[in-house]
Design a protein around this ligand. Sequence first.
Ligand code: NIG
Ligand code: FE
Length: 414
Amino acid sequence: LLINAGQLVTVAGNSDHPKRGDELSEIAVITDGAVAARDGVIAAVGTTSELQDRVELEEDAVVIDAQGKVVLPGLVDPHTHVVFAGSREHELEMKIQGMPYLEILARGGGILDTVRSTREASCEDLVRTAAKYLDEMLAQGTTTAEAKSGYGLTLKDELKMLEAIRVLQETQPVDLVPTFLGAHAIPEEYKDDPDGFVDLVIQEMLPAISPLGLARFCDVFCEEGVFSVEQTRRILLEAKRLGFELKIHADEMVTLGGAELAAELGATSADHLMMISDQGIEMLAASETIAVLLPATTFCVMGERYAPARKMIEKGAAVALSSDFNPGSSPVNSLQIVMGIACRQLKMTPAEVISAVTINAAHAIGCASSVGSIEEGKRADLVIFDAQDYRYLMYRFGTNLVDKVVKSGRIVVG
Ligand code: NIG
Ligand code: FE
């Protein structure tokens, strides 16, 4: 496969570490760039004329003329709840009237609403609906995504969700990284005994799930009225002992210290962070933990405060972006929309945004050695956009600008 691009945005550089500070703006654009792939892997990157000399095309080679277009690494969405049943459009009126997200949950709605529908669904039902959402994501440029459980909240139903993710990984093109989120909400049957549910996660769910290899990460929704910092620490310490890598839904609605806990435990990422404290920013900046920001969620829950991205970048935290796609707080699965919001509300520059949805997003799910940049030896996951300049991707807002998507060297969209 050979692609000749108007602008080839490689985001190449040091894939060993996530980008921080000024590095976020270094996205290594090659004007009149070209990329060649063989057997699904990137074989050569350079200018069109360099590759003309260097690459010998095989007879059956596919050549794509993307002159006048922008080519990016396949986008990586490092925080999604793409597997679920039902939907929650009935919450929109409540939110418009000013009812906070956490109050809808406290009244048995929100996440618990989706738990009821997901418990009723079969694994096949979950696979069928998620496949449709993943198709939409692929069509908009996402080639790798994290996928969480967390709407089962019993061992049986959490396993059903993780099994759905496993089937999806084998049957559709978007690469999935599975996360166990058994501690996503206190289920109704444990309403009066939240610590009993924490014990259930620790004593029954984690030990049963760990040997099956169905989840790489373990995540907890650390939030006022959901799981406290102490409960989160207990769950994640046990998860770490069992070999899971860690994530935290941290400081989303209330400043609780989830970011500090993520840094303390060596979590791979701390996600949301709308209400992160200054100490949390300092601790993330001094750690390897990635700050995954989800501005489409802030937009959809009509939050007053977006995550302080500029301050985090200035202090040296490694920032990534994600859709948080889920039926409640972010029914948005387009990273292009997230990118447009990130520029306008997080005040991130287009170049910073590109690093945040490619290489840093890959770091946030432990995949940076194989995806997230256009470099020799990495998987040939590439997106061609109908745009002449990468900044146009954020400037135009709400239209899918994808022309073609290449996954492992094959055209899967366009
Ligand atoms: O990341 N905040 C907790 N979990 C999800 C929302 C899940 C839902 O509302 O169904 C989030 O925003
Ligand atoms: Fe989430």
